[in-house]
Write a protein that binds this ligand. Structure first.
Ligand code: ATP
Ligand code: MN
Length: 145
């Protein structure tokens, strides 16, 4: 029932909490995990309109490198626990990429945090988790902050 797990992460504390639940799915038949990070294109667009091309390229590369490092750390951690793991770094609008990757990967379950990097006190659900819960055609586990 939980064989193929899609774990989208923005590397926030809440997403890290969700990772603990991903790990526990091993005992429920979890075998294969796709770890997904989406580089938010609108952040890059904002950056490009406020910086020189050279600054933009440097920061863009730094964002890509940091994402690759963070995701590799998670992949190694999960591999040590005996999961088959793949990572994907996509670029675009986070909720849309999560939905698109879900349709490609056809997971048994999507595990994500209720909130992410913004983690605003008065917000019930972050916009990514809200849209994914609303639109995805797959079971979802939302881990509360
Ligand atoms: P908002 O982004 O609306 O200001 P937020 O940052 O608090 O609010 P979300 O962005 O909805 O909350 O994050 C909820 C969960 O969605 C995260 O814990 C993570 O699992 C997933 N997520 C959010 N952003 C991304 C991303 N860029 N790539 C992959 N997964 C993401
Ligand atoms: Mn967010």
């Amino acid at each position: 029932m939980f064989e193929r797990i899609l774990y989208p992460t923005d590397f926030s504390d809440v997403a890290k909490k969700a990772l603990q639940y991903v790990k526990q799915l091993k005992d429920a038949g979890g075998r294969e995990i796709v770890v997904l990070h989406v580089i938010d294109q609108s952040n890059l667009d904002l950056l490009s309109s406020y910086s020189t091309i050279q600054d933009y390229l440097n920061i863009e590369r730094e964002i890509e490198e940091r994402a690759a490092q963070e995701i590799q750390f998670i992949v190694n951690d999960l591999k040590h626990l005996g999961f088959t793991v793949r990572s994907r770094i996509e670029r675009g609008l986070p909720f849309r990429e999560v939905l698109r990757v879900a349709d490609e990967e056809r997971p048994s379950v999507i595990v994500l945090g209720s909130h992410g990097k913004s983690n605003l006190e008065e917000i019930f659900l972050g916009s990514v988790s809200e849209k994914v819960v609303r639109k995805a055609g797959y079971p979802i586990m939302v881990v509360k902050r």
